[in-house]
Design a protein around this ligand. Structure first.
Ligand code: RB5
Length: 148
């Protein structure tokens, strides 16, 4: 079976943590779709969040990781799409709960707020925790269907 492909994107404030995550995913045998940005030149986090959202919407990948300085801007960007359930987390517990209760398909980190070891630990929980379903099913369904 082919390795799962996971997309990752960051702005200039998240490139160091992005690279650490790429190295971790690659070492685990996962196929990584790196959507940028590259280098330290200033870019706009919505542009990279939207690239990642498009990769999920198109079906190119099922799961993704986004990083910016705080994790806040880029998580807001990807959460503007009903197909995305992005959780900005700061530890393993948040990552586990985002899977168990929210069926998160994208995880967000802030390079300025979360150290590499903590982020990789949370990433491990995100990748290896199943959605609980049950009472959470209805709630998650409502997230994709806001009463506009
Ligand atoms: C970029 O300077 C910074 O604003 C961005 O990385 C992020 O923290 C925004 O939420």
């Amino acid at each position: 079976m082919a390795a799962e492909k996971i997309a990752i994107a960051s702005d200039h404030g998240g490139t160091n943590l992005k690279q650490a995550i790429i190295d971790e995913l690659s070492s685990k045998g996962l196929d990584v779709l790196d959507l940028g940005c590259d280098g330290s030149a200033s870019v706009d986090y919505p542009d990279y969040g939207y690239k990642l959202a498009e990769a999920i919407k198109s079906g190119a990948v099922a799961r993704g990781v986004v990083v910016c300085g705080s994790g806040i801007g880029i998580s807001i960007a990807v959460n503007r799409f009903p197909e995305i359930r992005c959780a900005l987390v700061h530890d393993r517990l948040g990552a586990s709960l985002s899977r168990e209760h929210n069926n998160a398909n994208v995880i967000a980190f802030g390079e300025r707020t979360t150290g590499v070891a903590t982020a990789l630990d949370a990433l491990d929980a995100f990748l290896n925790t199943e959605f609980e379903g049950g009472r959470h099913e209805r709630r998650v369904e409502k997230l994709s269907n806001p009463p506009l």
